[in-house]
Ligand binder design. Structure first.
Ligand SMILES: C[S@@+](CC[C@H](N)C(=O)[O-])C[C@H]1O[C@@H](n2cnc3c(N)ncnc32)[C@H](O)[C@@H]1O
Length: 363
């Protein structure tokens, strides 16, 4: 990547970024640090064309494309199980990193990479060709896949959806595997849907609790509670405060938090910037704060029409009763409905139907 943005403004200030460019020796150390630092690399501001851009500052609007965090990309590509000759559909071209890896491993003749953003696909096609790769680069909605070259042995989606796109499942070859992140209106606790088609044509799918989306460092207002919500939280007294010896499942018990995200209204936002556990429900103004108060004791404060503490404790009891799962079966109904369920089926929920037109959340 010969160019990348670095953010210069703090959260809450008018956003400002500098576009660094490899052709300027002054930019090189910082650009190298960005590219090899393991974080998400920001590549597009406000939907701009990528080819022929001048280095320098940009203010306002937002970053509209970036790479996925590299460690997440690497572990997902391993999970995908690429191999020579596999037919691959890479959905969400972005910087073209995943497409380049797929071309290198599988051979570029069997790779299709698809993104809804034309400037991104144009730039990716040029960059991939510079590296000697000529996959099919297509522009269009990822949810429709690319039927012209179906079926695919591997399908990889690098943005999050609320519902596994049916067209992508249809385009999966026998023996194939599809990976896509599933989230709700709040991307606090994403899950990874792994869909496999057996050699006799049956579908087997599961939903695994995944890494936190906030690693990407983008879309903070959707991941953290807003400034305004946090100032309410700091100044308002709770509806009640009590000391509790009951702990909630830990952050690492992701299977619980995925279930909470879907079952408790799908609108809970975990404030990962807060020092202790803070969860808000911006749609109704309710919030929960849990602070340590000595050995195995916590001060719990809640406010608002929802008692988020009770909701979470009740769900935690059910989650523990069904064996504290970190993955769920994903069931596809003939009418298109999709349901996640624990092995015994006592803990289950329906995935959201996709809104129209579909807007993918960026991971
Ligand atoms: C995190 S980036 C992709 C990372 C990429 N695989 C890489 O190697 O850098 C997500 C990409 O998905 C694209 N995208 C988001 N929603 C989409 C949709 N509904 N259809 C097609 N592309 C979409 C965005 O334009 C963006 O380029």
């Amino acid at each position: 990547m010969p160019q990348a943005y670095v953010r210069r403004s703090a959260v809450g200030e008018t956003p400002r970024w500098d576009l660094l460019d490899w052709s300027d020796p002054q930019d090189r150390p910082e650009l190298l640090e960005l590219l090899y630092g393991g974080g998400s690399v920001l590549v597009q501001h406000d939907g701009e064309p990528l080819l022929g851009r001048a280095r320098g500052s940009r203010t306002g609007a937002s970053i509209t494309s970036m790479s996925t965090v590299m460690s997440l990309t690497a572990s997902l590509l391993e999970e995908l199980g690429l191999g020579p000759g596999k037919r691959v559909l890479d959905v969400g071209t972005g910087t073209g990193v995943t497409a380049a890896v797929a071309c290198q491993v599988c051979g570029d003749g069997s790779v299709v990479t698809l993104d809804r953003d034309r400037p991104l696909t144009e730039a990716a096609a040029v960059r991939l060709a510079d590296l000697g790769f000529r996959p099919t680069v297509a522009c269009g909605p990822g949810e429709e896949g690319f039927p012209d070259r179906a079926p695919y042995d591997r399908i990889f989606v690098s943005y999050a959806v609320e519902h596994v796109p049916a067209a992508l499942v249809d385009q999966l070859a026998r023996g194939g595997r599809l990976l896509v992140h599933v989230t709700t209106a709040s991307p606090s606790w994403p899950a990874l849907a792994v869909v496999e088609r057996t050699l006799d044509g049956q579908f087997r799918a599961e939903l695994r609790a995944g890494g936190f989306a906030h690693c990407a460092g983008h879309g903070l207002e959707r991941i953290l509670l807003t400034e305004e919500f946090r100032s309410h939280l700091a100044s308002e007294p709770g509806t009640w405060t009590q000391q509790s010896t009951l702990a909630l499942p830990a952050d690492t018990d992701r299977g619980f938090w995925v279930a909470a995200d879907h079952l408790l209204g799908g609108s809970l936002v975990r404030d990962f910037a807060a020092e202790h556990l803070v969860i808000g429900a911006p749609s109704c103004g309710s919030w929960l704060r849990v602070e340590p108060a000595g050995h195995r004791r916590w001060n719990v404060t809640v406010r608002g029409p929802r008692d988020i503490w009770k909701e979470l404790q009740d769900l935690a009891a059910l989650w523990r009763a069904v064996g504290s799962p970190d993955r769920y079966r994903l069931l596809f109904a003939p009418d298109g409905g999709q349901r996640a369920a624990s092995e015994c089926g006592r803990l289950s929920w329906q995935l959201l139907e996709p809104p129209l037109p579909y807007e993918g959340a960026i991971l």
